[in-house]
Design a binder for this molecule. Structure first.
Ligand SMILES: Nc1nc2c(ncn2[C@@H]2O[C@H](COP(=O)(O)OP(=O)(O)O)[C@@H](O)[C@H]2O)c(=O)[nH]1
Ligand SMILES: [Mg+2]
Length: 212
């Protein structure tokens, strides 16, 4: 067995442990993945803030370096743990297990994990989430789903973000939707702007129904 294979097998075991633990705590767990800068932190912050009256949301955020994202989320009153991975380009199930132990999970309904920004490494690592959520911003090119098939194929939800910038970016919406239909054919698709709030209501209602 190759080293890579045994690492992935170990991750899979730990991910299943996480999943069992999170289920027992009645937590809905999201693993949010995308290219750097497509809007993960902003989207997670708006999701948590706008859900606050209905569900309590905590966040684990991963980056190679800095705790900037955790600081941004904390100022919005969101319980958050930052993981810095150094050179590692993804989060793994063991990191999540350790970070989750630092959150008061008994007082949360939803745990959102912001993965390290890239569309390659995180695809192979189950974290024990219920839903893998991939973001595609209107500024990054409609063909990303075709270029990164494992990530888009494994997603349960695909979200077109920064819809407020679609015209300025010359976003080809029919093309993006066609590409998502090919690469993420079983995924639920939402289109929204975390900045203006357009489209957020449908996403929030979806989360509430999933948690129930
Ligand atoms: N216009 C617009 N800008 C956004 C939106 N969401 C995020 N941004 C901006 O995109 C940049 C990167 O966002 P960030 O949340 O840090 O992305 P991350 O690297 O994926 O976590 C920041 O300048 C955000 O203000 C959006 O819905 N509309
Ligand atoms: Mg971020």
């Amino acid at each position: 067995m190759t080293l890579q294979r045994s690492l992935l097998d170990k991750n899979e075991r730990l991910a299943q442990q996480n999943r069992g633990y999170f289920r027992a705590k009645k937590l809905l767990v999201l693993n949010v993945v995308s290219s750097p800068g497509s809007g993960k932190t902003t989207f997670i912050r708006e999701t948590a803030v706008q859900l606050a009256a209905r569900l309590r949301v905590g966040v684990i955020v991963g980056d190679l370096a800095t705790d900037n994202d955790a600081a941004r989320l904390r100022t919005a009153g969101i319980p958050v743990i930052q993981i810095t991975t150094g050179t590692v380009c993804h989060l793994d199930a063991e990191m999540i297990s350790r970070a989750a132990g630092q959150l008061d999970l008994d007082h949360l309904d939803v745990l959102v994990i912001e993965n390290v920004g890239n569309l390659v490494c995180p695809a192979d690592y189950d974290l024990g989430e219920d839903l893998r959520v991939v973001l595609l911003s209107v500024t990054e090119g409609e063909d990303k789903p075709l270029k990164y098939p494992p990530m888009f194929h494994s997603a349960h939800v695909a979200i077109i973000t920064k819809s407020d910038m679609a015209v300025a970016a010359g976003f080809d919406r029919p093309m993006a939707l066609a590409n998502l239909a090919r690469a993420s054919h079983h995924a639920r698709i939402f289109e929204l702007s975390a900045k203006t709030g357009a489209g957020m209501a449908a996403w929030l209602d979806f989360l509430v129904s999933k948690r129930a």
